[in-house]
Design a protein around this ligand. Structure first.
Ligand SMILES: Cc1cc2nc3c(=O)[nH]c(=O)nc-3n(C[C@H](O)[C@H](O)[C@H](O)COP(=O)(O)O)c2cc1C
Length: 167
């Protein structure tokens, strides 16, 4: 028999670490968002704030930390590609969450719409045109219009309470 823990709500001012830990109770998939920088250089970052928004028109969203080193480059991008990772792609997720300079070394990328760098492996991929941006506190919420997608149907990589998991 399961027991339900006693209600003990934290109120303002919220302690950031506790708030973050509680948000981690929501399990997500893991994506890598890629785009081209101002000099045509490939950029990519690991993102789990991805969500579907609208079927018609086809819209998705993700949010980027204002403190991310590539923040201004992503905000200025006209297009981006969201790759939903498969269960075997933990190492790639860690690589694109790091400050490693040569994240794309050894990756044979295809060129997508507007020359978007498309990773070779993923479970599903959405090529998007940047449609809206909204202020979201220390993040900016980016809404993209899906121009093309590919669904390979692989089992997903999950993220839960600060660690990876699989179904
Ligand atoms: C599982 C996971 C999910 C992440 N999701 C996001 C996200 O949704 N938005 C974001 O701005 N950063 C997210 N990050 C952090 C970025 O991947 C990381 O900050 C980014 O690669 C840039 O790093 P830098 O600013 O240290 O160069 C996530 C990291 C991990 C490991």
């Amino acid at each position: 028999m399961s027991t339900i823990a006693e209600n003990s709500f934290k109120t303002s001012p919220l302690e950031t670490r506790e708030f973050r830990n509680a948000l981690g109770a929501f399990s997500t998939g893991v994506t890598i968002v890629t785009a081209l920088g101002p000099q045509g250089e490939k950029m990519g970052m690991t993102v789990n704030s991805f969500s579907s928004v609208s079927l018609d028109p086809a819209l998705i969203l993700w949010s980027i930390d204002r403190g991310a080193s590539c923040f201004s480059e992503f905000i200025a991008s006209s297009h981006y590609a969201v790759h939903i990772l498969s269960a075997e792609q933990t190492a790639l997720s860690n690589l694109f969450a790091s400050r490693e300079n040569d994240q794309f070394t050894g990756l044979v990328c295809d060129k997508g719409i507007a020359d978007l760098p498309l990773l070779p492996d993923y479970s599903a991929c959405f090529q998007c045109a940047a449609e809206h941006q909204y202020a979201g506190g220390d993040h900016v919420i980016l809404v993209g219009r899906v121009l093309a997608f590919c669904d390979r149907g692989a089992a997903p990589l999950l993220y839960y309470r600060g660690g990876y998991a699989s179904l």
